[in-house]
Design a protein around this ligand. Structure first.
Ligand SMILES: C[S@@+](CC[C@H](N)C(=O)[O-])C[C@H]1O[C@@H](n2cnc3c(N)ncnc32)[C@H](O)[C@@H]1O
Length: 272
């Protein structure tokens, strides 16, 4: 869940782009003010599981990332645990993640897999990949995630690479012969449409594709980008693709979220 400060709206046909002020300002110090940030803390205090959000190695991993000067744009603890709920609920055995950062979300996903499962995660930055690798060792993950370093689309489309041969898309095939049970897209927003198409190719029938940052303060409803804010064109192309598909290939829903970060959300699809 990346954050960006509101910018000017040059080129966008809205009178002025105002960053939404809902939920209430999470920096408010007034104890009587209800905020999404406080609510996140409350939920964490009640719901954090020892093998997931409450695992101390995850906090150490975030400290390692901060010390390396990495951006603080991982999913939140409850969002990470939400990914775990989905992965465990569908008994995922094979997961693809696009956008590793320091491996925070990867750890939630890997922890949800059985020991014979596998998880591939793609990351552009060698620094991020190195810190993620250290964090995976610290968290003693098994199965251990495989990090693929480089621009994700190049890796996914490399005709001689690890993702070249489309795996079987039917349900019920052995792990080594079938597509991914779950794909999590959380990298550069402009690349989302390309990642979407690749994930569709690589996911088995009945598998799930999750797009993070799918709402962008509601800017997905604008047909132009706002300067200084994440590119929404890739997301809009995904939603247009789903509309055009007419329900033949996927069933998708978009869920808006508030939280300690800001107004955003997930889009979640199941491949039919
Ligand atoms: C929002 S962060 C991922 C957060 C992570 N999923 C988590 O919640 O812990 C996005 C990551 O995608 C990486 N990234 C950006 N562009 C990329 C690209 N073209 N290919 C692969 N990774 C990319 C960034 O370096 C960054 O580490």
């Amino acid at each position: 869940m990346s954050s960006a400060t509101a910018g000017t709206s040059r080129g966008v046909d809205v009178a002025t782009y105002h960053r939404p002020h809902f939920p209430p300002d999470s920096s408010s110090e007034e104890s009587s003010t209800l905020t999404a940030a406080k609510t996140d803390k409350y939920l964490e205090s009640r719901l954090s599981h020892m093998e997931y959000a409450a695992d101390p190695s995850l906090a150490r991993g975030q400290e390692r990332a901060n010390a390396a000067g990495m951006p603080k744009i991982s999913v939140s603890p409850m969002q990470g645990q939400f990914l775990s709920v989905l992965a465990r609920g569908m008994r995922a055995e094979k997961i693809l993640e696009i956008g590793t950062l320091a491996g925070y979300s990867t750890t939630f996903l890997a922890r949800s897999l059985p020991s014979h499962g596998r998880i591939d995660t793609l990351e552009f930055s060698p620094l991020h990949a190195r810190i993620a690798q250290e964090n995976f060792i610290d968290s003693d993950l098994y199965p251990f995630p495989t990090i693929h370093i480089g621009p994700a689309l190049d890796i996914l489309r490399d005709p001689n690479g690890a993702f070249a041969s489309p795996p079987g898309t039917e349900e019920g095939l052995p792990v080594d012969e079938r597509g991914y049970d779950l794909c999590f897209i959380d990298a550069d927003k402009g690349g989302y449409y390309g990642y979407w198409l690749e994930c569709l190719r690589l996911t088995r029938k009945g598998g799930m594709i999750i797009l993070d940052n799918a709402i962008q303060d509601g800017r997905i409803t604008l047909d132009k980008n706002v300067e200084g804010q994440h590119d929404v064109s890739g997301l809009r192309k995904v939603y247009d693709w789903v509309k055009e598909d007419g329900g033949k290939t996927v069933l998708m829903s978009g869920i808006q979220t508030v939280g300690g970060k800001h107004w955003d959300g997930f889009a979640i699809a199941v491949k039919l």
